[in-house]
Design a protein around this ligand. Structure first.
Ligand SMILES: Cc1cc2nc3c(=O)[nH]c(=O)nc-3n(C[C@H](O)[C@H](O)[C@H](O)COP(=O)(O)OP(=O)(O)OC[C@H]3O[C@@H](n4cnc5c(N)ncnc54)[C@H](O)[C@@H]3O)c2cc1C
Length: 468
């Protein structure tokens, strides 16, 4: 770690070497970078670097490595595990690295600061499709999405970032540039280094550019909202969808009754598509690149589910506007929890068939710890990825409730591990789950990760408080 003199020397050298628009000490400019969406972390930094080119990133890291000065990296600042908030380190933001370098029929190469929504728009213009979709897509940057191996609602069909990246440009801690943007598709020349940076949470280097896969744009899309009276039937829905429409299933999300209540009460212009309340809901989307009638197949699916008494009711969106309204019900769940007071979060995955068992055991366990707490388990059914969020009991003091965060995490994660699941399905480890990772990670994997970190960042300057 740095002492005050080497920090001051490094800052002077950075200011002297980089052009004036590539750094700032202005508190007004720095301030928005110091807090995050959940209001859990409040940071501070002596200097914000805002490089405009890969060369400037390289220059900055050479100086930081020379003086052994740690840096924290930030993209769109939508991360949910605290890794992007500096605690005294120099903060490097990729927000001005946002050129589009190349777009071809089935790929697009963009710089790290490009916002996900912009990539959707660029693909759309050429009648193509970039499938990664999440509620933070208006702010999340492609560099941050790569670094967290982000998932979202379309993983069931297209996979997470690890499946969508073709190549990367990464500036390593010592300033050297690793470049796999233009490797041939077939390249068996030893270790595949590229995937190491996907999910590394900024601990191995700064991603400066990314080549992404593009897909043909679906010609048809159907959105459905189903009502069911027990969670076991959500698995039956998944199985029947896979049998009848597997290739076309692009989204399958589980929503509990309480979540829909929060959304319809707390988010403007949201209403339930059903007149009656049901215990659980499943939101589905199907896409097809062919012209054959997807709607007919979806109607047949609904008929099967009703005949088998797996669902109690169903709505098929009749327009793009209706489809967006149904999707909004799912996307608004986290936001709708905020007026309900404190929420203790878990981003876990379990084998799909154990979801009902997980929900039973975890609900029982958290209610034993905090009676009357309100579990809101929602999320990506097709990946076994449940966001097991628990809202505080009505009338309990928020801080008193949030003091149970660690204990509740521990109880829930014990159940996840017993079922053979993962304590971080898509948000990463960051600062939030670092202690749990150290306790629960396979020791062989942990040792390998530490060796890789040491090889690529021997002075431990890249996001040193994150992950390991
Ligand atoms: C409302 C909401 C919904 C969300 N839904 C989902 C979801 O469905 N699925 C999901 O996976 N996530 C979800 N997230 C989490 C978040 O959007 C993702 O983790 C996203 O990938 C973070 O991208 P970012 O650009 O904001 O990164 P940041 O928050 O800025 O950073 C995240 C991490 O990546 C590192 N980093 C950032 N840029 C770089 C870079 N260029 N090179 C190296 N390291 C870098 C940071 O240091 C930090 O450790 C959601 C967040 C919100 C607020």
């Amino acid at each position: 770690m740095s002492n005050d003199t080497s920090l001051k020397t490094a800052i002077d050298e950075l200011k002297h070497s980089l052009s004036e628009n590539a750094w700032t000490e202005s508190l007004a400019e720095i301030e928005p970078h110091l807090k995050e969406w959940r209001d859990r972390w409040q940071g501070h930094t002596p200097l914000l670097l805002t490089p405009r080119t890969t060369e400037q990133v390289s220059q900055a890291l050479q100086i930081c490595t020379k003086h052994q000065i740690p840096v924290t990296l930030q993209g769109g600042n939508t991360g949910l595990v605290g890794g992007q908030i500096p605690l005294g380190e120099i903060l490097v933001s990729t927000k001005y690295l946002k050129s589009v370098r190349e777009q071809t029929d089935y790929s697009i190469t963009v710089e790290a600061g490009c916002i996900l929504q912009k990539i959707h728009e660029l693909a759309d213009k050429e009648h193509k499709h970039f499938p990664l979709s999440l509620a933070s897509q208006g702010s999340a940057n492609i560099g941050g999405l790569c670094s967290t191996n982000a998932g979202g609602v379309n993983v069931v069909r297209y996979g997470s970032m690890r499946d969508l990246v073709i190549g990367l440009e990464v500036v390593l801690a010592d300033g050297r540039v690793f470049d796999s943007l233009n490797l041939p598709k077939k390249d068996n020349t030893g270790y595949n280094i590229t995937p190491l940076f996907l999910g590394a949470e900024g601990t191995l280097g700064i991603i400066t550019a990314v080549k992404l896969k593009l897909f043909n744009k679906p010609k048809q899309q159907e959105t459905l909202f189903l009502a069911l009276d027990n969670v076991e039937n959500s698995l039956n829905i998944l199985n029947i969808c896979k049998n009848q429409l597997d290739d076309d299933l692009s989204l399958i999300e589980l929503i509990p009754s309480q979540a829909l209540d929060f959304v319809t009460s707390n988010i403007p212009n949201c209403s339930s598509p059903f007149t009656q309340k049901h215990a659980w809901y499943v939101l589905l989307q199907f896409e097809s690149v062919l012209n054959s009638s997807l709607l007919k197949q979806v109607e047949a699916l609904v008929e099967t589910l009703l005949n088998k008494n797996i669902i109690q009711d169903a709505v098929i969106a009749q327009s793009l506007q209706q489809s967006k309204a149904l999707i909004k019900l799912r996307e608004s769940i986290s936001e709708a929890q905020k007026p309900e007071g404190g929420s203790i979060k878990h981003d876990i995955s379990v084998p799909i068939k154990t979801i009902p068992e997980f929900l039973d055991k975890a609900t029982f366990a958290v209610r034993a710890l905090v009676p009357n707490c309100r579990p809101i388990p929602f999320g990506h059914l097709g990946d076994g990825n449940i966001h097991f969020n628990i809202s505080q009991p009505v009338n309990m003091d928020k801080e008193e409730y949030l003091a149970h965060w660690e204990a509740m995490n521990h109880i829930v994660h014990d159940i996840v591990v017993q079922l053979g699941g993962s304590i971080s399905a898509e948000h990463g480890i960051g600062i939030l789950k670092k202690k749990e990772l150290a306790q629960r990670c396979d020791p062989v994997k942990l040792a390998a990760m530490k060796s890789i970190k040491k090889a690529l960042d021997p002075k431990n300057i890249m996001n040193p408080r994150v992950l390991l």
